[in-house]
Design a protein around this ligand. Structure first.
Ligand code: PRP
Ligand code: ORO
Length: 178
């Protein structure tokens, strides 16, 4: 991704109040004095469009080869949808929990055996949420090409993915937003 776009995204995130300071409990149970609210930022169409453009540029510059995009609800959803529009590639969403009515599945969309999948996520801290997508893609016979994340907090996710043989590619790191 070009350096200008990266800077522009970081500035926009700060301007819209996506970088919050306080006392936060994170999804993993860890505490933090900073919280990056990409879900909120993505409600602004100009920021969402920039994120999608940045992810497409990053995927192109890393020569990522994929047929589909996948994510876990909720944070990954607007990103997967926007990147799908930007690339023309279909997306799939893993529910946090399987529904016990209707189609009774944990997947919205399609993942075929042998498909190369790009997993997208809003924020990685431990990486646990995005890893659940990696595991579920693999369980369906898909191959994870990489995980693209808007902000990696650099708190262990890259190592966790490396152990699973997956590359974590961040648009931004926490340090870019302080
Ligand atoms: O890398 P991790 O330690 O898994 O933390 C990051 C995850 O936590 C947040 O989601 P959250 O669990 O708050 O759920 P939500 O998307 O439904 O708000 C965030 O959107 C990531 O998905
Ligand atoms: O780890 C988390 O839950 C988390 C951290 C953060 O900065 N932003 C977010 O949406 N989730």
């Amino acid at each position: 991704m070009n350096g200008e776009l990266k800077k522009e995204i970081a500035e926009k995130l700060k301007e819209t109040g996506a970088v919050r300071f306080g006392d936060f409990v994170l999804s993993s149970g860890k505490r933090s004095s900073i919280y990056i609210d990409i879900k909120h930022a993505c409600t602004h169409p100009d920021i969402l469009a920039m994120i999608a453009k940045g992810m497409k540029e990053l995927a192109d510059s890393e020569a990522l080869d994929f047929q589909r995009i996948a994510c876990v609800e909720l944070g990954g959803v607007p990103i997967a949808v926007a990147l799908s529009l930007e690339t023309g590639k279909p997306y799939a969403i893993f529910r946090k929990q399987k529904k016990d009515y209707g189609v009774k599945d944990d997947l919205v969309g399609v993942i075929e055996k042998g498909d190369k999948i790009l997993v997208v996520e809003d924020v990685t801290t431990t990486g646990s949420s995005a890893l659940s997508a990696v595991e579920r893609v693999r369980a369906r016979g898909g191959e994870v090409e990489a995980v693209l994340v808007v902000v990696d907090r650099e708190e262990g996710a890259a190592e966790a993915f490396r152990e699973k043989g997956v590359r974590l590619i961040p648009l931004l790191s926490l340090g870019d937003l302080r």
